[in-house]
Write a protein that binds this ligand. Structure first.
Ligand code: ATP
Ligand code: MG
Length: 440
């Protein structure tokens, strides 16, 4: 991508409305634009990051055996009357009428709709287990939308829904998502800690919020500090192994971890003082087993091996991609801007032409740009005629992991400078070596 032809509306000044660093940096880097309160456009740079986050989420959902579909944002109120939630949901639900005066709503979540899809075609236990997910916009008319896309009214969610014949089978489905979430957040460069969450009338232990520690987080959390260094399940984790996944779950729930809603002061005080971590956190995911809460009122049942009909046991599993992007920034930035983990960076590398119009600089940059693009890298080429200082500031602000800097003096020697955004380390090398670093 040539910056001269791109759309990346950088802000020079710090936007006054932004209270936290991620919101400030997302606005300054031209990633998002607020359209009305708590409703955002994702501008091209932001969209690139969001797409990369979603690709990782999707990859790990698929690895764990979940199957992607796509459900609409607008739903008919009818289904919600069946579950009893139409009246229970309250003011967060945006209720609308169509031209025939039929009550509709903008989906805040999809349990009802996915249960309807399930009951319309699954009739036998032989079709289980089943886990269906989508990555779709949701709307919740939050009383206090704030911090940019961290808490917005329209936001994106990856929501998965599992269906099983028995509670035991549903626990395995739960553990699959538990392990998939650990892997997902790790690949996003984040350390998320699963914390016990309220299970309400369902009871039991199967509800966890995945929390990232951050000073700007809205939740108050308490946990054992060893979680920070726990091993993440590997790429070859066998998601069909009941024992294997149970072992992962047991390990990751063996130490104290709770948000303030579930906090048990006495249990926390039993943790040796030096191991206690009390901090603030951002909820980036939430998984929940809720048994037959929806399958019973909505009549979602299958024939079991005993020939009888059974209401299916369900769970739901949410991740907030549009909250994750700012959460990643909260965890990874410095005074100059964002520092993207390579896995979600909008571009792999930025080529900075320090003197656009200078033949040698132009030729060198074009050569590098072409070679890296051909190698499948996402390259941003700053070919604008801005001052070098402005270009450096922009490159640092948007946080691309590697900068290749071509200035007249180095280029005259057949060299360029390669800068690591995170460490700031600069290295002078031949043009060929700079290319090979990515291509090899
Ligand atoms: P919160 O407690 O932060 O309001 P929630 O518990 O209501 O969130 P869930 O219903 O568990 O949210 O939704 C699953 C995930 O969707 C959350 O873990 C979060 O990552 C994301 N999410 C929920 N609400 C919002 C929002 N208003 N803006 C952005 N992301 C959100
Ligand atoms: Mg939640």
């Amino acid at each position: 991508m040539r910056l001269s032809r791109y759309f990346m509306p950088i802000l020079k000044e710090n936007p006054k409305e932004a209270e936290i660093v991620s919101h400030r940096l997302m606005l300054r880097a031209g990633m998002i634009r607020q359209q009305s309160q708590g409703i955002y456009s994702w501008l091209p740079l932001g969209k690139r990051v969001l797409d990369k986050v979603n690709a990782i989420i999707r990859d790990e959902q698929n690895r764990a055996g979940a199957i992607e579909l796509s459900m609409p944002t607008l739903q008919s109120a009818e289904l919600w009357h069946e579950s009893g939630r139409y009246d229970a949901y309250g003011k967060e639900m945006l209720r609308i009428k169509d031209r025939q005066d039929r009550p509709m709503l903008y989906g805040p979540t999809n349990e009802e709709m996915v249960t309807d899809i399930f009951r319309s075609s699954v009739k036998s236990y032989k079709d289980l287990p089943l886990n269906l997910y989508h990555i779709q916009l949701k709307f919740r008319d939050e009383i206090r939308p704030r911090f940019g896309t961290m808490r917005s009214r329209e936001f994106m969610m990856k929501d998965a829904y599992s269906f099983d014949l028995t509670r035991e089978a549903a626990e395995h489905s739960y553990n699959k998502m538990f392990a998939a979430y650990l892997r997902t957040f790790d690949r996003l460069g984040l350390r998320a800690i699963p914390m016990r969450a309220d299970t309400g009338p369902i009871g039991g232990k199967l509800s966890h919020e995945f929390i990232i520690l951050a000073d700007t987080g809205e939740s108050e959390v308490f946990c054992h500090k060893d979680f920070v260094d726990f091993d993440i399940p590997g790429e070859h984790t066998d998601f069909d192994s009941v024992e294997g996944l149970q072992a992962i779950f047991d390990k990751w729930t063996s130490l104290y971890a709770a948000t303030s809603e579930m906090h048990d002061e006495a249990a926390f005080n039993a943790v040796p003082e030096g191991d206690r971590l009390s901090a603030r956190g951002i909820e980036v995911g939430h998984i929940f087993y809720f048994g037959t809460k929806y399958s019973e009122p909505m009549g979602a049942k299958v024939q079991g091996p005993d020939g009888k009909e059974h209401f299916v046991h369900m769970g739901s599993y949410g991740i907030g991609p549009t909250r994750l992007v700012p959460a990643i920034i909260e965890a990874s930035h410095d005074d100059n801007g964002i520092i993207w983990p390579a896995s979600v960076a909008p571009f792999d590398v930025v080529v900075i032409n320090m003197k656009a119009g200078d033949q040698a600089c132009d030729d060198t940059c074009e050569l590098i740009y072409a070679a890296l693009s051909k190698a499948g890298k996402d390259v941003l080429y700053d070919d604008t005629d801005d001052r070098a200082g402005t270009k450096f500031a922009t490159a640092d602000l948007i946080g691309v992991p590697v900068q290749i800097i071509a200035g007249p003096r180095a280029v005259a020697n057949g060299e360029v400078e390669v800068k690591d955004r995170k460490t700031g380390a600069r290295e002078t090398m031949t043009i060929e070596a700079a290319i090979n670093r990515f291509v090899a």
